[in-house]
Design a protein around this ligand. Sequence first.
Ligand SMILES: Cc1cc2nc3c(=O)[nH]c(=O)nc-3n(C[C@H](O)[C@H](O)[C@H](O)COP(=O)(O)O)c2cc1C
Length: 191
Amino acid sequence: MKKALLIYGSPRKDGNTDILLKEIVRGIKDGDEKINVEEIYLRKLCIFPCRECRSCEVSGRCVVDDDMQKLYPKLKDADYIILGSPIFFYSVSAQTKALIDRAQALWARKYLLGQDKKKKEKRQGWFVAVGATKGKKLFEGSIFTLKYFFDALNISLAGELLIRGVDGKGEVLNYPEHLSRAYKLGKEMVS
Ligand SMILES: Cc1cc2nc3c(=O)[nH]c(=O)nc-3n(C[C@H](O)[C@H](O)[C@H](O)COP(=O)(O)O)c2cc1C
């Protein structure tokens, strides 16, 4: 059975990112194919920032012994990775960025050590982001970050769900059109 890994990157419980990702989960579960869904809340994990010790460049492994060690195999194994984050200062949340930087070990395996280079067929990465403002460039930096994060995982950025103009806790519930986009994305992703 294929696996979908949803990564909740907001520090705020029951906030807009949580709500959107839950809609995606609902869509995935209503999809044509039966999918094993796993949901990871970064705010509940202890993931330290990258120390830049560069050990991974030699060993292909990260020396930092924290919850990220449980995530590496999941990131390598999932057929669908859906990463959601609020926009903080035109980037992803600190929790999300810590996870991304720790993927440097996977980048080193691929680009320095020549390991894990084979793409698994139809492995997909999706980015879900929500921000308070409405600027045209709101998501530009984060999309770039996600593109290269997924590349380190040997996975393509298949698409994004980008929501502007939503700020208050749970405010996205006032926009049924955003919720239905999230639900549809989940359903169509696996159909
Ligand atoms: C530290 C911080 C930085 C933020 N920076 C931005 C920003 O640069 N641009 C923006 O549009 N919204 C910004 N916001 C607003 C959040 O992106 C917005 O409230 C979002 O809906 C929060 O999603 P959540 O409920 O999933 O945490 C910021 C909020 C916080 C707390």
